[in-house]
Write a protein that binds this ligand. Structure first.
Ligand code: ZN
Ligand code: ZN
Length: 209
């Protein structure tokens, strides 16, 4: 007999804890947008040497979360070098690999985890603008998941150690359509330092009943 291994969250929705029926009160009935991180073990961060990030190590660490490795990176670097005429930085090749993986997977939770891994890598290598773009994609993705599940409104929650800009967003509520249009998070003027960027907003949406 053959056992088929499946991704363990298969069938579950992307970014939400199962809505509970208990408590129609304000706090009791929130569904959480995880940003794709739930349950995922994070490999240890490589040590920095002299303050500089080892971009290759970071790229490989990112890929390893999805069972991709050195050979994938090498192949992609070679392809990109042929196409563009110069060798790309490792992180850029890693991002391209993940983009392809995202296109090729049907699994919403995995897609989200890959986007989050892209965001983390961009923070590590100090690519603030691209980071912001990926965070917007993640926010939109979460909003769409909530909408698909029949929610109409969301509330913003910020991290405990969030910057003052993000803290001002905490508790604000939006209709999902409105949030999709105005994109209140990621906060554009966030001042939180993380890795090599200033402005790593960690505000998240909760769906509310
Ligand atoms: Zn924020
Ligand atoms: Zn902030």
């Amino acid at each position: 007999m053959v056992k088929v291994l499946r991704p363990k969250d298969e069938g579950k929705s992307a970014a939400v804890a199962a809505p509970t029926s208990k408590g129609k009160g304000e706090e009791g009935s929130k569904a959480e947008a995880t940003g794709g991180r739930a349950g995922g073990k994070r490999p240890p961060t490589p040590k920095r040497s002299g303050g500089a990030v080892d971009q290759r190590a970071e790229a490989l660490r990112t890929l390893s979360q999805f069972y991709l490795g050195e050979m994938d990176l090498k192949l992609r670097m070679r392809q990109m070098t042929i196409t563009t005429g110069k060798e790309p930085p490792e992180w850029m090749a890693a991002l391209e690999i993940l983009k392809d993986q995202i296109i090729n997977t049907e699994h919403p939770d995995l897609k989200l985890r890959m986007y989050q891994a892209m965001a983390d890598l961009l923070a590590k290598v100090g690519q603030k603008e691209d980071l912001f773009t990926i965070q917007q994609i993640i926010a939109r993705y979460n909003l769409k998941s909530f909408k698909d599940m029949g929610f109409e409104r969301v509330e913003i929650e910020c991290a405990k150690d969030a910057c003052p800009v993000c803290q001002r967003m905490a508790g604000k509520r939006f209709r999902i359509e409105e949030a999709m249009e105005t994109m209140p998070i990621p906060c554009h003027d966030c001042t939180t330092d993380r890795d090599a960027v200033t402005g790593y907003c960690r505000c998240r949406y909760f769906a509310i009943f």
